[in-house]
Design a protein around this ligand. Structure first.
Ligand code: RIB
Length: 330
């Protein structure tokens, strides 16, 4: 875990301009191979001369520690970190972009060796955009795409996952589907919504509630809908398990049977989903975390590493919360 050279130090050792050194790190594909090798040798030479241990700490910025999904990803990150003598320092952004930026600044001031960021939205923070561009502190984005160029990113195929979920409900005869949407501005919410609408096409008589991936908001909004007496739906399809579990609770509190009267389908496969018998789309959260940490290690050991964009598949887990639409039963 070496101390990283500044661009100026690298340029001096490699005997190139600072601009060339910066381009070689940010856009290695845009410089000659011989120049790239000069910079790589300069990094190796600097590391040998300045053999000091880095902090041995990786920062992790999480939007919501109360959501089981994120700590489940942390297990994958920590498995790889621990076996490479790194410790993870967690900071909670509370799904707020300003907090996310403040956390990133604090972690960098503390001298962490890299930061894994689960974005709270489309990262519009100029500070985070700059540290990504400078490429001095390795940054890896996880789960949500911050919509920036030239980044390390590990996500799942959210579009296909939700498309598959909607098609499954349609095979059970459901067309009147209430969709519970996640935090607007997150790539995961956007891609899943697109998959839902593309699967349903023109045939659906659908409704949509934006509940920010939150149990309480979903419970409250569905409760209001039930009070309105306009509830024609035979299925609830949710962009995450927390909101799906809220739907199961509030529907049962209002006399509906799940799945006899209304089917409920979630997304994530957090531990609570299993206990509730929730049919859901399983995200490979441990593998997501492991992949993010492997990319982090590669970038720490060689700042010239090319940026990686990994998209992992999801799959449906069948449990007891879905059944044939009651309107289809003879
Ligand atoms: O449950 C929280 C959701 O936000 C998960 O589906 C995860 O993908 C994140 O984007």
């Amino acid at each position: 875990m070496d101390i990283k050279p500044t661009l100026k130090e690298l340029a001096a050792i490699a005997d190139v301009s600072i601009a060339t050194a910066s381009r070689a790190i940010s856009h290695p594909e845009k410089v000659k191979f011989s120049t790239r090798r000069k910079i790589e040798r300069a990094i190796e030479e600097f590391s040998l001369k300045n053999k000091k241990t880095g902090s041995g700490i990786i920062g992790l910025i999480v939007p919501d520690l109360t959501n089981q999904f994120f700590p489940m990803m942390l297990t994958g990150i920590e498995m790889v970190a621990r076996s490479n003598s790194y410790t993870i320092l967690i900071s909670n952004s509370g799904a707020d972009e300003k907090n996310e930026e403040d956390n990133a600044k604090k972690l960098i001031d503390m001298g962490v060796d890299g930061i894994i960021i689960i974005p709270s939205g489309e990262t519009r923070s100029r500070y985070i955009q700059q540290i990504v561009k400078d490429n001095v502190t390795p940054i890896v984005f996880l789960d949500r795409n911050p919509d920036l160029d030239e980044i390390n990113l590990v996500t799942t195929d959210n579009y296909s996952g939700m498309y598959q979920a909607a098609k499954y409900l349609m095979t059970l005869g459901h067309s009147k589907i209430l969709y519970l949407d996640g935090t607007e501005g997150t790539s995961t919410a956007k891609d899943r919504l697109r998959g839902f609408y593309d699967a349903i096409g023109e045939n659906g008589d659908t409704g949509r509630i934006v509940a920010d991936f939150s149990f309480n908001k979903a419970r409250s909004e569905i409760g209001k809908l039930l009070q309105s007496a306009h509830f024609p739906y035979t299925a609830v399809l949710s962009a995450n398990d927390n909101m799906a579990l809220a739907a199961m609770e509030i529907l049962r509190d209002n006399g509906f049977r799940v799945p006899e009267d209304i089917s409920v389908l979630g997304y994530d496969d957090i531990p609570n989903a299993r206990y509730a018998g929730l049919t859901t789309i399983k995200q490979p959260f441990v593998e997501m975390g492991m992949n993010a940490m492997y990319i982090m290690l590669a970038n720490i050991n060689n700042p010239l590493s090319s940026k990686k964009n990994i998209v992992l598949p999801s799959n449906i887990i069948f449990r007891s919360s879905c059944a044939v639409a009651r309107t289809m039963r003879i």
